[in-house]
Ligand binder design. Structure first.
Ligand code: FMN
Length: 219
């Protein structure tokens, strides 16, 4: 099983609840599936560029204009996206680790999504067929921590919705979410209990992923 881990958190693990969720998830997954091929990408070490006009042209002009030939600059503008998309397409499972910042994904994670969600890299697109996957990702696991407490379908939550819709667009509907909410200790006296519950949920999600892949492999 190939697993790609994308982490968007600049803090060390001891200060980051979402990174602790990742440690619990991968600890259990590797215990159950020692054969797992894990690729770790720390976005603060491999920073994505912001979307540029050159990348826009390289990505989208071929869809509308068969005669388009990219310039050298446009070709190079796709280097980061192409490398990251290759890792994405090779994965069976993608794990996204991040804090909630300003009710959404950290900007560095959004920049990575803008890079890889690119036509002819992770999907094809046409008026006849819409978007079709070029990847084989079966599940996305989202490991997130927030200061506030969020109920299901909370209007303030732009994070889980964005992840669901962005990856749903390229055919990934199985999104497993482990959310340590209420981590702001000023307002939530039960923040430690909430974290413990989320750590357990992370390990249980790893069990589901290990089982899901085992079932798929024997089909
Ligand atoms: C820049 C910044 C913005 C934040 N925005 C929110 C927010 O919109 N909603 C929320 O519930 N918590 C917010 N928080 C709190 C974090 O989500 C919370 O501390 C969480 O535990 C961070 O995850 P981490 O422990 O993995 O770093 C914010 C924190 C920072 C530093």
């Amino acid at each position: 099983m190939n697993v790609l881990h994308i982490c968007a958190n600049p803090k060390p693990t001891e200060e980051s609840v979402s990174k602790q969720l990742a440690a619990a998830f991968f600890g259990k997954l590797i215990e159950l599936r020692p054969d797992v091929e894990l690729v770790n990408t720390d976005l603060y070490d491999e920073k994505p560029p912001f979307y540029s006009y050159e990348l826009y042209k390289r990505a989208w002009y071929p869809i509308f204009d068969e005669s388009y030939e990219p310039s050298k600059a446009e070709e190079m503008a796709q280097n980061y996206a192409a490398k990251q998309a290759e890792a994405f397409n090779a994965a069976d499972v993608v794990v996204l680790t991040m804090p909630m910042w300003n009710f959404s994904v950290p900007a560095i994670m959004k920049a990575w999504m803008d890079q890889i969600l690119c036509p002819n890299l992770t999907f094809t697109i046409s008026p006849e067929e819409g978007a079709k996957a070029l990847h084989k990702v079966k599940s996305i696991v989202l490991l997130v921590a927030s200061g506030g407490v969020y109920k299901e379908d909370d209007d303030r939550d732009a994070l889980t919705r964005q992840v669901r819709h962005a990856f749903g667009f390229i055919g990934i509907d199985n999104i497993e979410i482990v959310w340590a909410d209420g981590q702001d200790s000023f307002f939530n006296m039960d923040c430690d209990a909430r974290k413990e519950m989320a750590l357990e949920a992370a390990a249980e999600t790893a069990e589901d992923i290990a089982e899901l892949e085992l079932t798929a492999a024997t089909e």
